[in-house]
Design a protein. Sequence first.
Length: 335
Amino acid sequence: MTSTRPPSRTTGTGRHARPSGAGRAVAVLVLVVLAALIPVLGPSPALHGTGEAEAPGTGGIALLRTVLFAALSVSLGELFVNRLAKSLPGAPPERPRTWSAYASAVGFVAALGLASVVATGNLVPDSVADIDVGGLHSSRDGKLALLEVNGFLAAGLCATSRRPGLQVWPLAAVIVAEALRAHPTTEYSPLLGSGLTLVHLTCASLWVGGLLYALRTLCAWRDVEAGPALLGLYARVAAVLLAAITATGVCSSLRRMPPGTIVDQLTDTAYGRVLLAKVVLMVAVAALALWARVRLSRAADPLTACSPARAEVAVLGVVVAVSGLLTALPVPIRW
């Protein structure tokens, strides 16, 4: 059922006309500050008391992977939401300014930094002379690092071309490379692990970047009926993405932490502690997504759903940071 009247941003004395902005801001700020303690302070608090040694440059690697994941999300999210918008009847042609080219440039720099670490034997280089660029071609990790660098470079060129949709292919190559890198051949059933990471990272990038671009598009479509329709369409697809993210995340965790050791590892290992922080954040994100969905379907003004959606974007940003830290910590693999 589709409304025939454009949504009103002010409904007089309606209940949803003036939600408490201060209350929402304080709640989101407190949530983000509490949940961001581990990624902001770095790996040291997570490693404290575990007996695990901190690898050289863990904080820098976590930051670079956070930037890489964010760049992927921005570019893929724009492609995703633009495809959704094209399927809406009566959608205006206006779109917010694309950030894909900038995201690809930032991702390229992050991938280049990670490649330099691989080129020095997974150590942070002290100088340019320490980087063995030619050696990247002789190892599996080096080849995957080069693939990520070239993938972002190609995506940036596509984003500035007349056919920006072509950037989906180099971005897909980056995701494949990241999935393979996360599961070395010495791991038990590495292809299964890479497949789970591939689905997890793809769905997460579409969810985070898609929500960001959907909210930006709503700002460009002021007082247009297609705005709430786009947010509703995104919400339906996001529910599927959340289910896939949850399923693949649980399966990946069980592969690394067998059921009998999960409780102990969530508190006794750095990986488990950061994973627990990520789970708490994801619960908060799911609650905000549900809140936005309820407002979208029941509120007198559907655009009031933008408030919890913006909070969801903020918390998802912290999730990306936690995920970047998670990839840099020692993995408690116990077979």
